[in-house]
Design a protein around this ligand. Structure first.
Ligand SMILES: [Zn+2]
Length: 80
């Protein structure tokens, strides 16, 4: 069975981090890789919005109260 195991270090959910919409599987073009983490977006608008202030958004995404997005915080574990 190809189960749905929880794999915290692996995949993230196919949800647009900017607006929470589901991503379509085929649309790989709208991707940004920032600090080793890949982010996918539902639209160019969301992608550009993220690209404007990636540092701010990644921290927000990693510490979403709902925790539904599952992006790791790239600053966790870094020396201060
Ligand atoms: Zn979006």
């Amino acid at each position: 069975m190809n189960g749905m195991r929880s794999n915290p270090s692996g995949r993230y959910r196919p949800i647009c981090p900017m607006c929470g919409r589901r991503l379509e599987a085929n649309r790989d073009a709208l991707t940004i890789v920032f600090m080793g983490q890949e982010y996918r977006f539902c639209s160019q608008q969301c992608q550009e919005h993220f690209a404007r202030m990636p540092e701010r958004h990644i921290v927000q995404l990693a510490h979403e109260p709902s925790g539904c997005l599952g992006y790791p915080c790239p600053y966790d574990g870094l020396p201060r």
